[in-house]
Design a binder for this molecule. Structure first.
Ligand SMILES: CC(C)(COP(=O)(O)OP(=O)(O)OC[C@H]1O[C@@H](n2cnc3c(N)ncnc32)[C@H](O)[C@@H]1OP(=O)(O)O)[C@@H](O)C(=O)NCCC(=O)NCCS
Length: 237
């Protein structure tokens, strides 16, 4: 009928570090404000603040409630502290947040679990390669031209981290257990050691975070979802 059902659209909102405004901090609840104060560097504080403000603004608009009243829960399954995956209480949308370098991403879906990951290219490679890649992936990466390797590593990394964020495992799951498609190929989870059947349920989508960054979106059980990337500049202005 020409209308895309909400369930079938995954939105990815992009903000830049320069989008932060003094009023954003006023949207945070007392627990979020406490976490904000723990950041020593202003830019880390700003990334956190933008992530929370964006989550509250986008979900509030979707639910028809003021941003301050969006019931966000972040209970860590390991220790109970409020630094785990964000969840909208009740029957709300599913969300995922990522920040790196100059970018903050918020992914929102109505249809199922979602994970987003953005990484800045200003990272060192070093032994990160061994922590992220399995032997075949490592060999593929090392076969790339020198100038392609950093972007290749970030493609592998964001593909894998978006998946473990969608499942909620985070980095408790060794990234070397996941096998994903090579950087030059369409993003795909090929296999996850010890988790048979999951590869068929996870869809990966390459995102466009802009210069100097690489990003990926993972959706679980949403094979027909359309991905829309949006600028958060107006929402945050
Ligand atoms: C989640 C995790 C993968 C983030 O990696 P990162 O590249 O450093 O950071 P990103 O910016 O991409 O993502 C951070 C966001 O992920 C979200 N997040 C936290 N835990 C998550 C989880 N288990 N699954 C999905 N998302 C999670 C939060 O929204 C967080 O943003 P916030 O700080 O604004 O709340 C990593 O920190 C992790 O695995 N944490 C959980 C494991 C852990 O530390 N357990 C011990 C705690 S007691």
């Amino acid at each position: 009928m020409g209308i895309i059902p909400d369930m079938a659209t995954a939105e990815v909102w992009w903000a830049a570090l320069t989008d932060v405004r003094p009023w954003h901090a006023g949207l945070l609840d007392p627990v979020e404000r406490g976490r904000r104060e723990l950041y020593l560097r202003e830019e880390d504080r700003d990334r956190f603040t933008i992530g929370v403000a964006l989550t509250r603004l986008a979900c509030g608009a979707r639910l028809g409630v003021p941003p301050e009243r969006v019931p966000l829960i972040r209970t860590c399954p390991d220790c109970g502290a409020p630094h785990g995956a964000p969840r909208v209480d009740g029957d709300g949308p599913r969300v995922s947040v990522s920040h790196s370098g100059d970018r903050v991403a918020l992914a929102v879906t109505g249809g199922g679990p979602v994970g987003v990951d953005v990484e800045s290219r200003a990272i060192t490679t070093g032994d990160i390669e061994e922590q992220v890649l399995g032997p075949a992936e490592l060999a593929d990466l090392r076969g790339l031209a020198e100038g392609e390797r950093q972007r290749g590593l970030l493609a592998y990394w964001t593909r894998k981290e978006s998946i473990v964020k969608a499942t909620g495992d985070g980095l408790r799951a060794p990234l070397t257990d996941l096998r994903v498609s090579a950087p030059g190929e369409a993003p795909r989870l090929l296999a996850w050691a010890g988790r048979p059947g999951l590869a068929a349920r996870i869809g990966l989508h390459a995102l466009d975070p802009g210069p100097g960054h690489v990003a990926c979106l993972a959706l679980i059980d949403q094979p027909h979802a359309t991905v829309r990337e949006l600028s958060a500049a107006d929402l945050l202005s």
